[in-house]
Design a protein around this ligand. Structure first.
Ligand code: ADP
Length: 352
């Protein structure tokens, strides 16, 4: 069925991205709550039908690791894209801090310099493995079943729900849509693989418009970088600054690839258990050798030497995850509580 604006009741805003806002809506004919993303386009009406045709492929993107697509329509110079509502929001909002500016809610910040101040995200090796496994399966599905790359793998494009499911959204199925997006703000954190940065034109330092000069292994770099960011709680490269816009890109191209952070020496403070759940204390920031190896196979600078999806899925870290019960629903519930505590004003600025 085709969705249009008249069928929707607009509710609150869920978040803001680089290209527009995402709102919660109710689709009246089906009574389904949806997330509706508004993407402002540089107007070129001849492209609209082409874009809708290209987006049609999304109806075939049915996988437990991909956010479901319900339909898209145009109003004036915007495309509205309706998708499955994910009630936990993005992994960036749960685990990552913009620019690495981390501060804790007052109740927790009494011990400056403790391990907590560097990364308050309550995540352990088992949760990380489940996230990595879901993301890899989602990406492999896109490649094998739809023949597309994602092209924009990063923590803001990984959504979770209270059932504990982890799903990818925002993949680049439409080259025409990509070309038409009014880019007001290019992100200041690049997840592009070194070969994509090297292949893009210098006048668009951060915008990769060479749609063909790299392959699916570029997504695998971005996957590894996202896992590192989720584990650390912050983006691992220096921020792009006004004074030196190329510092970040040259660190990606010329510097050593990042990995999972070293294990914490200190054990977290007493008193955290009650707030964040018992398992948090025991397993805080101890990354297994398997996790470290898996990440290092994604973050290989030479594209041709990087792991494939088959290798990543057969890896012991992911195979251990397959055999294990992991309480992702419990983790999502705690992480949402943690994030919303921050949003209520006794915390810190977060991603949406
Ligand atoms: P970006 O441009 O940074 O990729 P988006 O525009 O895709 O960001 O989304 C902005 C924010 O809106 C997300 O970080 C997330 O918090 C929220 N959001 C996006 N899609 C959904 C969804 N399907 N369900 C719930 N929240 C969503």
């Amino acid at each position: 069925f085709a969705i249009n604006m008249d069928q929707l009741i607009l509710k609150h805003e869920l978040g803001r991205g680089n290209y527009g806002t995402v709102k919660m809506v109710l689709h009246r004919p089906t009574n389904v709550e949806m997330a509706m993303k508004e993407i402002r386009l540089e107007l070129d009406s001849t492209r609209l039908n082409g874009i809708l045709m290209e987006l049609d492929i999304l109806h075939r993107a049915i996988s437990p690791h991909i956010v479901e697509f319900y339909g898209a329509f145009f109003v004036e110079s915007c495309v509205y894209y309706c998708m499955e509502y994910m009630d936990g929001g993005s992994l960036a909002s749960l685990c990552c801090f913009p620019n690495g500016n981390v501060s804790l809610p007052p109740s927790l910040s009494s011990s400056p310099g403790s391990a907590w101040t560097s990364s308050p995200a309550p995540i352990n090796d088992e949760h990380l493995a489940r996230i990595a496994s879901s993301m890899t399966r989602g990406l492999a599905f896109l490649k094998d079943e739809l023949g597309v790359m994602h092209r924009d793998v990063k923590p803001t494009n990984v959504l979770v729900n209270r059932k504990g499911q982890v799903k990818l959204c925002d993949f680049g199925v439409s080259g025409q849509l990509e070309k038409s997006i009014a880019r007001t703000n290019v992100g200041c954190q690049s997840y592009m693989a070194p070969e994509r940065i090297k292949g893009s034109s210098p006048s668009h330092s951060n915008v990769d418009d060479s749609f063909t000069s790299y392959t699916v292994s570029a997504d695998i770099w971005s996957l590894g970088l996202s896992i590192v960011e989720i584990a650390r709680g912050k983006y691992p490269y220096p921020p792009e600054t006004y004074e030196n816009v190329f510092a970040q890109l040259s660190a990606i191209v010329d510097g050593e690839a990042p990995g999972l952070p070293d294990d914490d020496e200190e054990s977290p403070e007493e008193g955290m258990d009650g707030i964040l759940g018992v398992d948090y204390k025991r397993s805080r920031r101890r990354w297994s050798p398997e996790a470290r190896h898996w990440v290092s196979r994604c973050l290989v600078k030479k594209a041709e030497e990087r792991a494939s999806y088959a290798e990543l899925l057969a890896h012991p870290w992911i195979q251990m995850d397959v055999k294990r019960e992991v309480d992702m629903a419990g983790w999502v519930a705690r992480a949402v509580e943690w994030r919303d505590r921050g949003r209520r004003g006794n915390g810190h600025p977060r991603y949406d």
